[in-house]
Design a protein around this ligand. Structure first.
Ligand code: ADP
Length: 237
């Protein structure tokens, strides 16, 4: 059952077209990795789905009861975000903000949800720590917890493992897979790490000015573009 559909989607910054006529559908329970060269438009695609940047033409449709404010989003980390002056708890519970409307306080249900998510990601013991004092791996966990606070349905993760050491990277992938397989939350994850993308995801969306490939990981590995991309990455390692 589809929950998100992009139809003939085109996005441009001023006059620079990033991609055109992008078509794909995300099904409930999918684990999709979005891959492509640097600058190919992966982050832009995620932001346009979330309504954070304007669409030039085409449309993004939320289906089967999904609404835009029920998407959990982990943005690419910037230097400014890394220095964010708030506690872990404040960052996590701020994931509920999209669903609050104009209400200026968190309900007990939202507080309980934040507590559960922190427990789930094993960050309860650092909940009063300042976010900016955490390691990169802890910060990514906190941001994942924040995204989970926002949704029971779909996570959009933009490079969630960037800057993490190999152990933390493995841990993060394990958590994301569990969230997808056990909690049945759909995952759409941007990754520059093609090797991990084909290991982790069930489907691959390859972006380069438009959709170069969308389908199962196995079909991607066997496709012309997949063969080039995957083997090039393996040779670099
Ligand atoms: P990716 O995530 O695949 O690395 P991006 O979506 O970040 O690619 O960027 C796609 C293209 O759009 C790049 O050429 C980038 O320089 C450009 N771009 C990204 N953000 C902006 C912006 N805010 N204003 C203008 N151009 C941008």
């Amino acid at each position: 059952m589809s929950i998100l559909k992009c139809e003939n989607l085109s996005v441009a910054y001023e006059n620079m077209v990033v991609f055109e006529n992008v078509n794909f559908e995300i099904e409930e329970g999918d684990y999709v990795c979005v891959v492509g060269e640097n600058g190919s438009g992966k982050s832009t695609l995620m932001k346009s789905i979330l309504g954070l940047i304007p669409i030039r033409s085409g449309k993004v449709e939320f289906l089967n009861g999904l609404s835009k404010n029920e998407i959990g989003y982990l943005p690419q980390q910037t230097v400014i975000q890394k220095d964010f002056p708030a506690s872990v708890y404040e960052v996590v519970i701020s994931g509920c903000i999209n669903r609050m409307g104009l209400r200026p306080f968190y309900t007990s249900k939202e507080k309980k949800r934040a507590a559960e998510v922190m427990e789930r990601l094993e960050i309860t013991s650092i909940k009063n720590k300042s976010y900016r004092d955490l390691s990169g791996g802890q910060q990514q966990r906190v941001l994942l917890a924040r995204a989970l606070c926002a949704t029971d349905k779909i996570l959009v993760l933009d490079e969630p493992i960037t800057g993490l050491d190999p152990i933390m990277t493995d841990e993060m992938y394990k958590i994301i897979k569990e969230i997808n397989k056990k909690n049945k939350i759909t995952v759409v994850m941007v990754s520059h790490d093609i090797e991990s993308a084909v290991n982790e995801a069930d489907k691959i969306l390859h972006i380069e000015k438009g959709v170069k490939f969308f389908g199962t990981t196995q079909d991607y590995i066997n496709s012309d573009i997949g063969k080039v991309f995957v083997s090039r990455e393996r040779n670099v390692r």
